[in-house]
Design a protein around this ligand. Structure first.
Ligand SMILES: [Zn+2]
Length: 141
């Protein structure tokens, strides 16, 4: 179990957007700086709060448009969990599971290799994807 922190330069974010066919405007770069480097499974509201305190001139419409663009381009994953009404935006777009710390509400990424799906199931079903949320408490290490 780990939380990935990635530090990207503006240039790297720009390249990532361009490679995905997204025109890197200053506003999108600002939002992506938070989404790719700082945020951890944020809701749209959390993105808005961060943007408001750093770049107050970016509108809510721009934030939503940017989130949608990034999801469509495959740079972000939008996930709805059963414990919350709100979607979260996940910069980890590879298949993975989640652990919810019930106390802090923080989500941790789990590698699929750390979770075993019973092999019997694979005889009966062809599994295309798996969504899994484990809930509990993070033990202090
Ligand atoms: Zn995740």
């Amino acid at each position: 179990m780990h939380r990935k922190i990635e530090y990207l330069s503006t240039q790297e974010i720009m390249t990532r957007l361009k490679d995905a066919g997204i025109h890197p405007t200053a506003q999108r770069l600002a939002i992506c700086q938070y989404l790719f480097c700082d945020a951890d499974h944020p809701t749209a509201e959390q993105v808005k709060n961060w943007v408001d305190s750093h770049f107050p001139r970016i509108s809510l419409a721009t934030i939503y448009n940017t989130l949608n663009l990034l999801v469509q381009a495959g740079l972000l994953q939008e996930i709805r969990f059963s414990h919350s009404e709100k979607s979260v935006f996940d910069r980890n777009t590879s298949p993975h599971f989640h652990f919810l710390d019930e106390e802090s509400g923080l989500l941790f990424d789990l590698e699929p290799a750390d979770v075993t799906i019973l092999p019997q199931l694979k005889d009966q079903f062809e599994i295309h994807s798996t969504e899994l949320l484990l809930r509990g408490r993070v033990k202090s290490v």
